[in-house]
Design a protein around this ligand. Sequence first.
Ligand code: FAD
Length: 455
Amino acid sequence: MRRAKLAIFPTFPPLVRHTKEFMPKVLIAGGGLAGLSAAAALGGAGIEVDLFESRPFLGGRATSYNVPAGSGEEPETIDNCQHVLLRCCVNLLDFYQRLDVRDRVKFYREFYFIEPGGRTSVLARGRLPAPLHFTEAFLRMHCLSLKDKRGIARALLAIRRERTRRKDLDRISMLDWLLQKRQTPQAIDRFWRQVLVSAVNEDLDRMAARHGFQVFWLGFLARADSYEMGVPAVPLGDLYAVEAWKRLGNVRIHFRSPVEQIGERGFTVAGSVVSGDRYICALPFERLESVGLTAPKFDHSPITGVHLWFDREITTLPHATLLDRTMQWMFNKDSGRYLQLVVSASRDLTALSRQEIIDIAIGDLRLYFPKVRDAKVVKAHVVKEQRATFSAAPETDHLRPTADTQNPSLFLAGDWTRTGWPATMEGAVRSGYAAAEAVTHSLGVRARFLIPDIA
Ligand SMILES: Cc1cc2nc3c(=O)[nH]c(=O)nc-3n(C[C@H](O)[C@H](O)[C@H](O)COP(=O)(O)OP(=O)(O)OC[C@H]3O[C@@H](n4cnc5c(N)ncnc54)[C@H](O)[C@@H]3O)c2cc1C
């Protein structure tokens, strides 16, 4: 290793003096949010970074691409699936800040719950302080009965009490816990399932209770504004545009450069060994074996996205959670004419054809938005991500590795590593920051990139 001259500065840039001959070099495999956030943290701290991404674009599972349009029209840029965040995703927001794109995320204070027939309930914070900030809105929600609401209020109080006391939250499912708390079937279906299945991408009977607790504690109880939902106002791919990286200076990105092997001497790329001082593997867990590393044995959980373009405006709502049917969320992508629908933990759709899924989506939408009945579908696109995330099942968390490996030069990142979060963009960025911290620690510097949870 070249001799690195390191110094700690009170703020992150520059952690390392910009004397090229003493600059440590870090190689990163994978240009998803985990690899990119590690690169941004290390590059911002003055360390030289080379990042290898197999595809010709960045963002991994949180990205956008072009789909063919009608004849004579420009191709349409769509996200592989709508991605949302909450204000409690403090590391993801910090990463966007580093790339100077934080203002491209629009935050919404209202959550709309729509019943078949179109009746809409709005959940938004009122005047009371946390954790009582939803009381007024909650009491007005038509989609839940008084009995449902009393049960939910009891369970939310129990989450506050039990989250640090109970030791079995990684062993039992969220559904087990909700049944212990005597939640009504309607409260489970219309409230708990509706929020948690999309947040954790797993069904309640397959989800470790600790993840359900974390979503409700951080997102709904800890702070009055932490539930606010952020939706990128630009295609996801635009958030990591090449120009943003030029500002960071020290990061070189190599597109179409799959890492073939990760070994003692470095990365093998296009048949040649490339060496650095430290290495970060930020690949999805199912790709580890292909580069010679041991992969943990997790199951996957799928997500299905349905993109529908209509010949007229269908709704003016920016987004909504759709109750009691297959489609779970609707996002209004363009003037109510282009809607994106999302189904998380979508195992039931796996065997269905594209057309069958489109038919279900349109059938569902007719129940919530009457204008769909007379509208014409101009274009439709279905994205089935069978390997969307790992399944956040009970007894899984202890299998998730930390950034350190047996090789003192190699560190792991990825939403599947032990971040304390389910597989989310925030989890991926936390893993990237944790790996970047571990790299600097191994170089003899105690850098801090990770921002602690809000509570
Ligand atoms: C459909 C869908 C919807 C989602 N919705 C949300 C949401 O609303 N909110 C949210 O927070 N999260 C959501 N997620 C989860 C989120 O997208 C992921 O948790 C996160 O993007 C994972 O980032 P990562 O860097 O760990 O992995 P990845 O994004 O998988 O990145 C790994 C990268 O490695 C590259 N790669 C693979 N093999 C090689 C190789 N041999 N050499 C070099 N590069 C290689 C890949 O091309 C990829 O770019 C969703 C995921 C999906 C699939």
